[in-house]
Write a protein that binds this ligand. Structure first.
Ligand SMILES: Nc1ncnc2c1ncn2[C@@H]1O[C@H](COP(=O)(O)OP(=O)(O)OP(=O)(O)O)[C@@H](O)[C@H]1O
Ligand SMILES: [Mg+2]
Length: 313
């Protein structure tokens, strides 16, 4: 339903996103997870045809965001990071206006409004002025606005931002209920949120995608093992054996050689830091150790940062 290929966006000399590629199947709810400034909003704005990328392409329901942006926009409901609401309209007036903009047929409008207001739990404030609503209610009006055109695809930029815990639960369950019915991309920097709502997670950090997987697999990958890359000047088979013999090592995978040096990806038991043991295994055999570093560290870093933030909040 959504195909993104090599999207890159520069603001002046600075890249907000680089070579971002992913796909989302019809009916899937996918989470875009990443710390502040990672590039989530930038990607979503491009998909919503809010601005063009510097390079790369994306298709929504087969339509190109550049060449067929009108077709794309018709199929997308977009909840921006800062919802542009009109304060001196009532909720009903604003949603009527949004329905007109989305070309909802006049005879269907009443029914459509009633159903999205019910879904977003705002029926009781339908005749209140938007400027008098609390932040959480405004966020829900924004969500109703995204849904009013009955779009196949929903792009929701931090849909639970600013909501209280009860509202967060309600909105999360609303989004989860869209599974199978709509294709949804939502952004968040709350790790447990993606686990609760999304079937798949795209992790973005410092403008690049660093992982795409199910929440379950990501957790497993993080819990079970950590990976260390070694570059060794020595006979491949013997080095591999020596590394595998270190206690706590789960697997040793030889990598492509670089400049004649051998590289090995070592998977280790998460509980132990084996870097010293691994280094010793190499040097005690008289081989040269030219590099030793944890890989996937960025992913781990992000998780730690994200989890910490949720706990702080
Ligand atoms: N209009 C702009 N002009 C210049 N730089 C921008 C602009 N918009 C975003 N950026 C930069 O692009 C990078 C990505 O920003 P983006 O808003 O996409 O991140 P984000 O993942 O949505 O972050 P957050 O979690 O804070 O919403 C950041 O470094 C940001 O400073
Ligand atoms: Mg953002």
């Amino acid at each position: 339903m959504i195909e993104v290929e090599g999207l890159t966006k520069f603001y002046g000399p600075k890249a907000a996103i680089q070579e971002v590629s992913f796909q989302v199947a019809r009916g899937e709810v996918v989470g875009f997870l990443g710390p502040n400034g990672a590039g989530k909003t930038t990607t979503m704005r491009i998909l919503a045809c809010f601005m063009p990328p510097t390079s790369g392409t994306a298709r929504v329901a087969g339509f190109d965001i550049g060449k067929d942006s009108l077709q794309v926009r018709r199929r997308i409901g977009y909840l921006p990071e800062n919802v542009p609401l009109y304060g001196d309209m009532t909720v009903r007036q604003y949603l009527t206006f949004a329905a007109e903009a989305k070309s909802v047929p006049r005879q269907e409008r009443g029914k459509r409004l009633a159903s999205v207001m019910e879904r977003c739990l705002i029926s009781d404030v339908s005749d209140r002025l938007i400027r008098n609503l609390s932040k959480g209610y405004r966020q829900r009006v924004g969500l109703a606005q995204a849904l009013v055109g009955n779009p196949e695809v929903l792009i929701l930029d931090e849909p639970t931002l600013g909501l209280d815990p009860k509202q967060i639960i309600e909105i999360r369950s609303l989004i989860r209920d869209l599974r199978g019915e709509r294709t949804v991309i939502l952004s968040t920097h709350i790790l447990p949120e993606v686990a609760m709502v999304c079937q798949r997670v795209i992790i973005i950090n410092e403008s690049r995608i660093v992982a795409v997987d199910t929440p379950e697999n990501l957790n497993l990958r993080l819990q079970k093992s950590s990976r260390i890359l070694l570059e060794v000047d020595g006979p491949a088979e013997e080095v591999q054996k020596a590394l595998a013999a270190v206690e706590g090592v789960l697997t040793v995978a030889p990598q492509e050689a670089r400049d004649g040096r051998r590289r090995f990806l070592v998977e280790t038991d998460r509980e132990q830091d084996l870097r010293k043991d691994l280094a010793r295994a190499v040097t005690s055999n008289g081989w040269g150790l030219t590099e030793l570093r944890p890989v996937d560290l960025s992913l781990e870093d992000i998780f730690i940062r994200l989890v910490t933030r949720e706990e702080e909040a």
